[in-house]
Design a protein around this ligand. Structure first.
Ligand SMILES: O=C[C@H](O)COP(=O)(O)O
Length: 332
């Protein structure tokens, strides 16, 4: 399969809708969970073939990069975040690429999917995004390790929703996966989902700490059964974050969940995705594994702090024929 439909790509980038139908969840089905397997060598072989055979050129490339922008959760998760830095990030979220480039691309209203911050930065982000329709996502539940007492993790979600976060990125307890406590993981995720209320919930699996791809497959299923609206690879703070093999496993779990329940759960690779060409690779994988319906911000996001800068650079090159210095795009 090759990517050739520029119009489809540009059309989807203009779609404003970032929130779709929710995943109601289902009872924990242990037979299904324990039947999940992952053949590491086959998955790694398949992932290894992807970079070599993707070739998306010129206008098609620009269309796919625009699509990628519409799916970015523009993120800042640093200890020295300030209201000023978040306001600058939000300005970038509203207008992710220079206005003249957006005009040439025919996408004057292109924005990112969401802005993702720590709890303390929700209020400045909500203020800076007022009227834009761009939701604020907050990382929560003792991010990134998820080791604070359960009642505090629940309270943190509730506080963040109260502060205006429309999306909550929770972290799961890795030890529940590593010890095979699937019921415990299910109960925890269900409690997180309930605390979110109307806010959409993304379950961060921290796949780099789950040991095996089989654990990634099982944890993906359990979180979806417990009502996760999205499953997300990583916090960006593990030593191994989003990878193509892990993405294959998680996307196939999403596909299977959709086949069995009819419910579409979203996918968010996060951590270390900083190049436009990698973003296009991920989009092509989503297209192949899940289909076009997932190539929209209500079902796909990149968690990324520096990807937008490279995409803007590549788009500038596409339109003007020249690259600008990377420092010109420093805020993203
Ligand atoms: O969820 C988003 C990640 O924390 C961003 O990671 P990154 O800084 O490697 O892009």
């Amino acid at each position: 399969m090759t990517i050739t439909d520029q119009q489809t790509a540009l059309g989807a980038a203009q779609l404003p809708q970032v929130h779709g139908a929710r995943n109601p969840g289902m009872a924990l089905d242990m037979d299904w969970v324990l039947s999940a397997r992952a053949n590491r060598s086959a998955i790694e072989r398949r992932a290894a073939t992807l970079p070599g055979r993707r070739s998306v050129k010129k206008d098609h490339q620009a269309a796919w990069m625009a699509r990628a922008i519409s799916c970015i959760d523009l993120t800042t998760l640093a200890g020295d975040d300030t209201a000023g830095r978040v306001a600058r990030l939000c300005a970038k979220a509203r207008q992710p690429v220079r206005a003249d480039l957006l005009e040439v691309l025919g996408l004057p209203d292109l924005t990112v999917g969401a802005v993702c911050v720590y709890h303390d930065m929700i209020a400045p982000a909500v203020k800076a995004l007022d009227g834009s329709g761009i939701p604020v996502a907050a990382v929560s539940t003792g991010f990134p390790a998820g080791l604070s007492p359960m009642h505090l993790r629940i309270a943190e979600i509730e506080e963040s929703v109260k502060a205006g976060a429309e999306e909550i990125d929770i972290v799961i307890s890795r030890r529940k996966v590593l010890t095979g406590d699937w019921q415990g993981l299910y109960d925890e995720m269900k409690a997180f989902r309930a605390a979110c209320g109307e806010a959409h919930v993304k379950a961060i699996l921290a796949t780099g700490e789950l040991g095996t791809l089989q654990n990634v497959a099982r944890a993906s299923l359990v979180c979806m059964m417990a009502g996760a609206d999205f499953i997300k690879t990583s916090t960006g703070k593990e030593s191994v974050n989003a990878t193509l093999p892990v993405s294959l496993v998680m996307m196939r779990a999403i596909r299977e969940y959709h086949l069995r329940t009819g419910v579409r759960v979203g996918y968010k690779p996060a951590g270390g995705i900083s190049k436009a060409k990698d973003a296009v690779l991920y989009l092509s994988l989503v297209k192949e594994e899940l289909g076009d319906r997932w190539l929209r911000p209500d079902l796909f996001r990149f968690g990324a702090s520096s990807l937008l800068g490279d995409i803007e650079r590549q788009l500038e090159h596409h339109v003007t024929g020249a690259y600008s210095a990377s420092w010109r795009h420093a805020s993203a």
